[in-house]
Design a protein around this ligand. Sequence first.
Ligand SMILES: [Mg+2]
Length: 107
Amino acid sequence: MKINQLQILVYDWAKRKGWCDRIVPIPEQVALIHSEASEALEAWRNKEPQSWTDETGKPQGVGSEYADIVIRVCHYSALLGIDLQAEILRKMDYNEKREHRHGNKAG
Ligand SMILES: [Mg+2]
């Protein structure tokens, strides 16, 4: 599956599940994407396995939270009319031309 196909799949799911009933302002989108990153950090701090399922059947762990980040990014990109696949390829093309570790940055 290509990223643009994933973006359509996620957006269709979001519409079916009622996540497109209102305009989500970009600052709120960013906060919610960040909340998933924080959940990934907490999973790591709690020494959870990277991918596990709790007693309710809910996926847990860093892997699940990274998936949440991608799902939210796909959803919000579609809301904004962003071609996420094109943006990733455009950025990777630029990154390819940058120095090793972008000028020896730490992280
Ligand atoms: Mg989450």
